[in-house]
Design a protein around this ligand. Structure first.
Ligand code: PMV
Length: 321
């Protein structure tokens, strides 16, 4: 009745932003991501008949409200499918800043889906685990699988492999701008953007072509094409956000300075391209052999830099009856 799993966040090279009117967090745009090995969430789930309610400890602090409710919803689904009735104690820790736009919900719900199903004795394949994780956070569906991963927009989608982790030794240099939590969650940002941005429709119509380009560039190991399409996807998503009313502007001055520094690196012959999620941080894709040069150049503009490599999927590391 107890299991521990680890999972890594992922970064979308073709972004998902916006949800369809379908149940269970179905993206409005297809996405393609890479798992960020080197950043880790570790989640232990223990079903315990003596508990009166599910308890969540997040980085050593007992959580309530929205994060707790989302965890309970996933546990309820596991209980409904497994027949386990006991409440659970969930202990989860991140070795990187939480809820700040560094995709802690992706690794969090992927690790939770693996650990909770294992603890309940429920044998789910990768696709079913990915669908379960998606209910917590759509990007979490992608952190269940290793390497380069795609998530579609069909009803009840599961993440699908694009290429394994050893397909291409890329690095992702994370330049974290601030270490605190972000102001607007991606869920509320997406619905605000959909309701008020005149560019939302254009974003949704344009995104599939960029996702196809990102996928083709990964398969061809063409970094220039990948970087160019990934930057376009991130900047078009942010253009759509910024055009919301009131505007949804996740960037700070440091974000813009980092973008300029990445262009400067390219001008100096270093293959480096930026992407930005629902936060001010900049993540830079480059060859693993260029990662230390890129990290050194970005470090003076960032609160913290972390070099991630292409990582594995969510996996159970400990199980007990
Ligand atoms: O996983 P969610 O539903 O919180 O949304 C993630 C949205 C982005 O990180 C901005 C893009 C993506 O595809 O991961």
């Amino acid at each position: 009745m107890k299991a521990t799993a680890i999972a890594h966040p992922n970064v979308a090279l073709a972004k998902y932003w916006g949800k369809r009117d379908a149940p269970g967090n179905v993206p409005a745009t297809p996405s393609v991501s890479v798992v960020m090995g080197g950043l880790e969430t570790r989640t232990a789930v223990c079903f315990d008949a003596s508990l009166e309610r599910d308890v969540l400890a997040l980085n050593g602090v007992e959580a309530s409200g929205e994060p707790h409710a989302r965890v309970v919803a996933l546990l309820d689904e596991v209980r409904a499918r497994s027949g386990v009735r006991a409440r659970a104690r969930v202990v989860t820790t991140n070795d990187f800043p939480t809820a700040s736009g560094l995709a802690s919900s992706a690794s969090g719900f992927a690790a939770l889906a693996r650990a909770a199903t294992a603890a309940a004795g429920l044998a789910l394949d990768d696709a079913a685990t990915s669908r379960l994780a998606r209910r917590g956070s759509a990007s979490a569906a992608r952190s269940v699988l290793p390497g380069f991963v795609a998530l579609g927009t069909e009803d009840d989608p599961a993440a699908e492999p694009v290429a394994p982790a050893d397909h291409w030794p890329l690095a992702i240099v994370v330049a974290a701008v601030t270490l605190g939590p972000k102001d607007t969650s991606s869920t509320s940002g997406m619905s605000h953007c959909r309701a008020t941005s005149p560019y939302y429709r254009a974003w949704v119509d344009d995104a599939p072509a960029l996702a196809a380009e990102v996928r083709a560039a990964i398969l061809a190991r063409d970094l220039e094409r990948l970087g160019d399409a990934a930057e376009a996807s991130a900047l078009r998503m942010h253009a759509c956000m910024i055009a919301s009313r009131p505007p949804l502007l996740y960037w700070t001055g440091a974000t813009l300075e980092l973008l300029a520094r990445v262009r400067g690196l390219r001008a100096a012959g270093v293959g480096a391209w930026a992407t930005i999620d629902a936060g001010p941080h900049v993540k830079v894709i480059c060859r693993a052999s260029d990662a230390s040069t890129v990290a050194e150049r970005l470090a003076p503009l960032a609160a913290r830099t972390i070099v991630a490599h292409v990582g594995g999927g969510a996996r159970v590391i400990e199980e007990a009856p």
